[in-house]
Design a protein around this ligand. Sequence first.
Ligand SMILES: [Zn+2]
Length: 129
Amino acid sequence: MIELSPAALERVYSAVDDLRGLHSELCEPRLTWDGLRRVLIREGVLVASVPLGRPAKLLPFEGMAVMLLDNSRRARHLWYAAHEFGHWKLHASDDLYERCYHMDDILGDDPKEHEADLFAELLMYGPQR
Ligand SMILES: [Zn+2]
């Protein structure tokens, strides 16, 4: 299991709870791709599937974001998008470069990656988890 500080856990759970209050899609037992896309649109995140050479990338811009997903990894788009959405909600005030890049080896042990993973898990598997 991921080791996160109590404060980090609280931040992630609380961010997900807040989103569940806003988006009924996140209250379903299992998140769907269509559901997440609707949530992302309402949250100001545009999603594009493109040849990328990495799983995903988030480009924040003036309070909105473009989320790029690698089109050769379609089967895992839901997970990558949920993870990037986590960076967007949890780390949007942090350093631009850290929140722009996903799954760089150099960032493998960054607690932010674990926070985004937990956020994605909570979104994917619904409120009962
Ligand atoms: Zn990440």
